[in-house]
Write a protein that binds this ligand. Structure first.
Ligand SMILES: [Zn+2]
Length: 311
């Protein structure tokens, strides 16, 4: 099941207790369905819960009887078609919310949203009929596909002024309509929770947390790799210096403690200062001090030989 379908199925389980909110959800769902007109049209969905909900909303919210038939979706999947076959039913639906069905440009009639409680129900209806939410594993994107420009503008304004949550949607022209969308994971989470899809919202949050942990691990690994490069380049410099001593005056010319360290460094270039110290029973700073002496002496030899600065 797609993430969109999961969200919608969850929303369809919400029981509408208040008649005002039931009407508001009916209004939102049908207004954005492309069937909110006196002309005959049909709404097709692959989600059986959404199809059933549209049918029930029309009946309970506007007293209009719709019909449910089987169809094939644009993706050639089994789907459900919801229609209002009788013109009087279509008229009843649009009149219920203060529309004539003949408007040249469809807008949201704010007067039909009686109370503030109805706003969430209205938006839920809109999402049911034209919403899409991308699987959070693939990316963060939630979009309302509004059929007409003014409806898109009105929805954009309504979402932006919602008091329960702060979201700032974007508006874009799409082939055959307009998109009102969110890209911020936090805002998508808020909206899903607000609409009542708490399960989907939780899932999004979990995916986000998982991604963050994974990123942190990657960052840490990168950090360790970078440190390892540093160990290597420092070691390379030390080895060049030690080799210079060995090739000229010989390691045996060195004091015993430096000889020991020089031999160890030559054999184990990957060891860190701490590890060198552990091998020799010396502190890290002790090792560092001795390495500095080896570097000084070795680089002096290299300089005399005309090899200017190994690093
Ligand atoms: Zn209400």
């Amino acid at each position: 099941m797609s993430f969109t379908s999961q969200v919608k199925s969850e929303l369809c389980k919400i029981e509408l207790k208040k008649p005002c909110c039931l009407r508001a959800e009916c209004y939102g769902a049908w207004l954005f369905s492309k069937c909110f007109t006196l002309k005959e049209g049909s709404y097709t969905t692959e989600n059986p819960h959404v199809a059933r909900r549209m049918l029930e909303l029309a009946a309970a919210g506007a007293g209009a009887s719709a019909q449910l038939t089987y169809a094939v979706s644009r993706r050639r999947q089994p789907a459900y078609k919801v229609t209002l076959p009788e013109e009087q039913e279509r008229r009843r639906l649009v009149n219920e919310f203060g529309h004539s069905g003949l408007e040249p440009s469809l807008r949201i009639n704010r007067g039909a949203l009686e109370d503030s409680c109805c706003q969430v129900a209205f938006l839920r209806g809109v999402f049911l009929s034209c919403g899409n939410a991308t699987d959070p594993n693939k990316g963060y994107h939630l979009e309302f596909a509004a059929p007409y420009k003014n409806l898109a503008n009105d929805l954009y304004a309504l979402l932006g002024e919602a008091e329960a949550f702060r979201i700032s949607p974007s508006l874009v022209r799409r082939p055959g309509g307009y998109g009102v969308y969110l890209k911020d994971s936090g805002q998508i989470e808020n909206l899903l929770t607000f609409l009542g899809a708490t399960g989907a919202s939780m899932e999004l949050m979990q995916v986000k947390m998982y991604k963050e942990v994974k990123n942190n691990i990657n960052r840490k690994t990168n950090f360790e790799t970078a440190n390892m490069d540093k160990t290597y380049s420092a070691a390379a410099r030390q080895i060049a210096a030690i080799a210079a001593i060995s090739d000229t005056v010989g390691l045996s010319s060195l004091p015993e403690n430096l000889q020991e360290l020089a031999a160890l460094r030559l054999n184990e270039p990957e060891l860190t200062l701490r590890q060198l110290g552990e091998r020799l029973g010396v502190s890290r700073s002790g090792v560092n001090h001795r390495l500095q002496k080896l570097l000084e002496q070795g680089e002096k030899i290299l300089k005399e030989k005309g090899v200017d600065g190994v690093m």
